[in-house]
Design a protein around this ligand. Structure first.
Ligand SMILES: [Zn+2]
Length: 324
């Protein structure tokens, strides 16, 4: 079967050895949970957990931890986040777990972005969910100190109104990275790559709170692994290309054509202070990969018509990045 973690063929029924190691420290955890999805579970299994979840966001998420080789729902000591199919007004929501999983795997396997271990897992009623390992929890259960960039910039609903998450530009997040992270040259390249990835794969919800920095064991700050990556256009076809403005002021191409193209990203690299040759190197990482991207999309758990949409969206964006 296809591994519900990495899409490789595996003889095992469930996760391949490598995914078992990455996700569960090698424990043989099943890819099917012994209970139903929240919409279908007659018992009160979820009752107290739904209310107590403290992780912010609109989507209902559950916290899980390993007990032996079994994943259990928990309200304390969570090591994983479980995101079932969300409920709401958006389109194709039954495809959301497969969409997030595919986008995160593309980031991890083809674009050199650091992302936490993640996989598709199924409920007993066959409904899929997205499962991701928490990167802020250490082996002993204690947590890394972390702050998102709304906290770092000190923008809140009180100071900036209800749209505060969308109030900074990516350029301004870059300025904050320079100010708060000592190894910023390396982190800015990571940030540039991630913003470009979000653009190419139509992640239109990469707002200020979806970027965070964390304190490492040695006491310095680094960007956290990337999280919440998905092609939001599948669910919200009319939304704008990016959650935030690329630059504080309008760029030339954006002003002329209403869309971002190669010169905008070259300028973005420049204002972040990344060497031109490094910017070109990162841009090149997005070229000539269509075949491997398509292959991964084909292996994903999206349904066929959504696979075609996913392909069309990223090819359209890549055309803009490749044209001068
Ligand atoms: Zn695998």
């Amino acid at each position: 079967m296809i591994c519900p973690g990495c899409f490789q063929d595996t003889d095992l029924a469930g996760y391949c050895k490598k995914c078992l190691k990455n996700l569960f420290d090698g424990k043989k955890v099943a890819h099917i949970l012994p209970f139903n999805s929240p919409y279908n579970e007659p018992s009160d299994l979820y009752r107290d957990l739904t209310k107590k979840m403290s992780i912010s966001g609109v989507q209902v998420k559950y916290s899980m931890r390993l007990e032996g080789d079994k994943l259990v729902l928990t309200d304390t000591g969570g090591q994983y986040i479980l995101k079932p199919i969300p409920a709401g007004q958006f389109k194709n929501l039954d495809q959301a777990p497969a969409n997030e999983h595919l986008t995160m795997q593309l980031a991890r396997q083809l674009f050199n972005l650091e992302v936490p271990a993640n996989a598709i897992i199924y409920f007993n009623d066959e409904s899929p969910a997205y499962l991701v390992k928490r990167f802020d929890v250490k082996g002993d259960g204690s947590k890394f100190q972390q702050e998102d960039f709304a906290q770092i910039a000190q923008v809140t609903e009180e100071t900036n109104g209800e749209n505060y998450k969308y109030d900074l530009s990516y350029e301004e997040i870059g300025t904050l990275i320079k100010r708060h992270i000592s190894m910023y040259a390396f982190e800015l390249e990571k940030f540039f790559r991630l913003v470009l990835f979000n653009y190419v794969f139509s992640n239109g919800d990469a707002h200020v709170k979806n970027f965070s920095a964390m304190r490492t064991e040695v006491g310095d700050y680094v960007l956290t692994p990337a999280y919440d990556l998905l092609c939001t256009r599948i669910h919200s076809p009319g939304e704008s290309d990016m959650a935030l403005m690329l630059l504080k002021d309008f760029t030339k191409t954006y002003e002329a054509q209403g869309l971002y193209a190669l010169p905008d990203f070259q300028e973005f690299g420049k204002v972040l202070g990344i060497k031109e040759s490094r910017v070109e190197k990162i841009l090149n990482e997005f070229r000539g990969k269509d075949e491997s991207i398509d292959h991964m999309i084909d292996r994903s758990f999206l349904k066929d018509e959504i696979k075609s949409e996913f392909k069309a969206y990223y090819k359209d964006k890549l055309k803009r990045i490749n044209a001068i």
